[in-house]
Design a protein around this ligand. Sequence first.
Ligand SMILES: Nc1nc2c(ncn2[C@@H]2O[C@H](COP(=O)(O)OP(=O)(O)OP(=O)(O)O)[C@@H](O)[C@H]2O)c(=O)[nH]1
Ligand SMILES: [Mg+2]
Ligand SMILES: [Zn+2]
Length: 299
Amino acid sequence: MSELSSSQAGTVIAHYGIAVAVRFDDGQETRLPLKRSQAVVVGDRVEVQGEGFRALPSAGVLRRRDSHGRVRSVAAHLDLLGIVVAPIPISPVGFIDRGLVAARTANLEARILINKSDLPGAEALHADLSDRYSDLVEIDLISAHTQKGLKEICSWLSEGRRGVFVGTSGVGKSSLLNALLPDLDLDVGEINEVSGLGRHVTSVATLHSLESGGELIDTPGFRDFGPVAVSSGELATYFPGFEAALEYRCHFRNCLHVSEPGCVVLQALAEGRIQEERHAAYLSLLKDLQQAESDPLPK
Ligand SMILES: Nc1nc2c(ncn2[C@@H]2O[C@H](COP(=O)(O)OP(=O)(O)OP(=O)(O)O)[C@@H](O)[C@H]2O)c(=O)[nH]1
Ligand SMILES: [Mg+2]
Ligand SMILES: [Zn+2]
């Protein structure tokens, strides 16, 4: 076969909207134009021929629904999901639950990473999140600035494991990557002093290899994280904190655990085994999913 007609396999390592960067398996990198019809995300495997490429089947894809109801893929071939939060900016209500549900449906191992441990309020946030989530998921108090806890993150991202950081703009996702990879120099942005919000600095998703052998993907911050790969009827099965209650069966097979008689979730709620706040978070996500299911919006 001639040089020109042979195809080469690689991985998408950056997505610029109109083009992608691909790293071939021999380590060489190239930039290729993206056609409108081509849907690939960082982490996807592709087969490149000249200027063209075709995406190979993917797995471990993290998807979310944006505020317009559109389904967006975040990254592919993932093993780990780091849900990054910070004392400032505060993450939207339900962000962690949505992230955990999305991780469970995509079969990813999730962790809550509380960044900016050097700031006042970090300890209180840690105590609050530990109260709610420590039975369900590992929680780390870390800092990109002081490097606290970064060694643990490196060992989590050990050889052959690929992770992605998600979190609202300004929580420090890019700063964490810069701290984990001293040669990297991703742009980081100041928090707006009036609104306390980030400035949406990162606009491109990029994949980076760590010394520990793992890989980590930086993403632009987004406020909405509506899970997509789960229907309203299945939500409870994936909802963090409902596991023990759902070892028993509700009276109705299609129980949504809202107000139905003979519901084991509501019984656990009444007996204090499920906190009110957890059930309220479930109801809010259930409502969003039902709305998305009834909306004829573009997929
Ligand atoms: N005090 C403190 N500030 C931090 C820490 N990590 C990041 N920051 C600051 O938080 C701000 C936002 O950081 P970025 O890394 O740009 O946040 P991001 O999550 O990548 O934001 P987007 O790209 O907009 O989604 C910057 O001013 C950082 O210096 C930390 O550990 N401690
Ligand atoms: Mg960033
Ligand atoms: Zn029920």
